[in-house]
Design a protein. Structure first.
Ligand SMILES: O=P(O)(O)O[C@H]1O[C@H](CO)[C@@H](O)[C@H]1O
Ligand SMILES: O=c1cc[nH]c(=O)[nH]1
Length: 235
């Protein structure tokens, strides 16, 4: 079987799919963290893999950048391949003054400048929230690994390059921890099609201070988040 954007057989995906934005990160995770990983899709080079982690079946697939790309893959994974749990593992820009590069952040909720979630509720506001069980499992996994993580509201933007950077200071005053480009869309799609979703990030840069992770360190900090996500998966 196939969908317009995924060419895989029925049953090729595990019930839980971890989704980094970058398909090459999906490949890296499959090669370095999973046992018996096989590539199950590669349409448009948006790679998806399925294998096991400590005996638990898990898939990893890239989402691409932005809500439209994430929404297409999330919807097709849920509706056509029966995926039940979608966990975004991404990078983000830190916003809060107590947020440091390399921190791990859980997106309890995701505000957005996109209209996709309002469109789901006739123009009203929609609370884009993480699935509680996935969130608790993730936070507990981080604790068990000795990794201090922050949990809170994040902002999902359609515009990586803001016209006016003072916007981030306003988001900081509202307690937003970080900015990314997919989470609010993922939470909306999961709600619409009856799946569970959660997102966690590694802070790659700080959008107010301008601090950024040195490129040679990005992989190692990213690995901590991957470990948390994999450890959080229930059998
Ligand atoms: O590292 P990923 O998961 O792609 O996430 C972040 O990085 C991209 C922007 O550089 C956006 O997709 C944003 O959400
Ligand atoms: O979406 C993102 C991700 C990392 N850094 C940003 O500024 N934005």
């Amino acid at each position: 079987m196939s969908t317009p954007h995924i060419e895989a057989n029925n049953g090729d995906f595990a019930q839980t799919v971890l989704m980094p934005g970058d398909p090459l990160r999906a490949q890296y995770i499959a090669e370095n963290f999973l046992d018996d990983a096989v590539k199950v899709t590669g349409v448009r080079n948006m790679y998806g893999f399925t294998g096991t982690y400590k005996g638990k079946p898990v898939s990893i697939m890239g989402s691409g950048m932005g809500i439209p790309s994430m929404s297409i893959y999330a919807r097709e994974l849920i509706v056509s391949y029966g995926v039940k749990n979608l966990i975004r593992i991404g990078t983000c820009g830190g916003i809060g003054s107590d947020i440091k590069i390399r921190d791990v952040i859980f997106a309890q909720g995701a505000s957005t400048d996109s209209n996709v979630n309002r469109a789901r509720v006739r123009g009203y506001d929609f609370s884009a929230i993480a699935d509680f069980d996935l969130l608790v499992n993730g936070v507990n996994a981080a604790k068990e690994l000795g990794i201090k993580a922050k949990v809170g509201n994040v902002f999902t933007t359609d515009t990586f390059y803001q016209a006016d950077n003072t916007f981030y200071q306003e988001l900081d005053k509202l307690g937003m921890l970080a900015v990314d480009m997919e989470t609010a869309g993922l939470y909306g799609v999961a709600a619409e099609y009856g799946a569970k979703a959660m997102a966690l990030f590694t802070v790659s840069d700080h959008v107010i201070t301008g601090e950024a992770t040195p490129s040679d360190e990005r992989q190692s900090t990213f690995n901590e988040m991957v470990k948390i996500a994999l450890e959080s998966i229930e059998a």
